[in-house]
Design a protein around this ligand. Structure first.
Ligand code: ZN
Length: 168
């Protein structure tokens, strides 16, 4: 029994090795930081195209000041903690950000414009960004490994089944 297990594992590992990787390689986590232009409110403002809540508390300038860039129709994402939220007219971006993401490094620094940060604060923002980016990258890598394992297992099983049928 244990010999069969060993053969299955070896077979599995060989298959995983030889499988083409479907995902294109991602940039090194953290290497995209800090798109320096997005550290400032001005830079984040430029990402907004046809934002429909501009005549309310939830304007594009309020969102940009609170660390967000435009990512979809009514969605915007924090550049520093990657939290993407769907917004409504009555939302107050700085309050929502602080309430939903109290651990966000930008929130912890008081949601201040990049120009107002000193070197230590900037470095803090940067190192936290890398830490969060690496953590989310690892979760994705683990999920993709599980998927590959499932595919390999299914391939071995269907080969086994067709051999069994051939014997009959
Ligand atoms: Zn954030």
């Amino acid at each position: 029994m244990s010999l069969i297990c060993l053969i299955v594992v070896i077979n599995l590992l060989n298959r995983i090795d030889s499988m083409p990787t479907k995902r294109k390689p991602k940039p090194e986590p953290g290497s995209e930081f800090i798109d320096e232009s997005l550290v400032t409110t001005d830079g984040r403002m430029k990402t907004f195209k046809r934002w429909r809540f501009n005549k309310s508390e939830c304007s594009q300038s309020a969102l940009a000041e609170a660390g967000f860039i435009h990512t979809g129709k009514d969605t915007a994402k924090c550049v520093f903690c990657f939290k993407e939220l769907e917004w409504e007219r009555d939302d107050i971006p700085s309050e929502e950000h602080a309430r939903k993401q109290p651990e966000c490094p930008f929130v912890r620094l008081g949601q201040r414009d990049g120009y107002d940060l000193n070197v230590d604060e900037y470095e803090y923002l940067r190192s936290e960004y890398v830490r969060i980016a690496v953590a989310s990258h690892l979760v994705e890598a683990a999920q993709s490994t599980v998927e590959t394992m499932k595919e390999a297992m299914n391939a071995i099983y269907s080969e086994f089944k067709s051999k069994q049928q051939a014997k009959k």
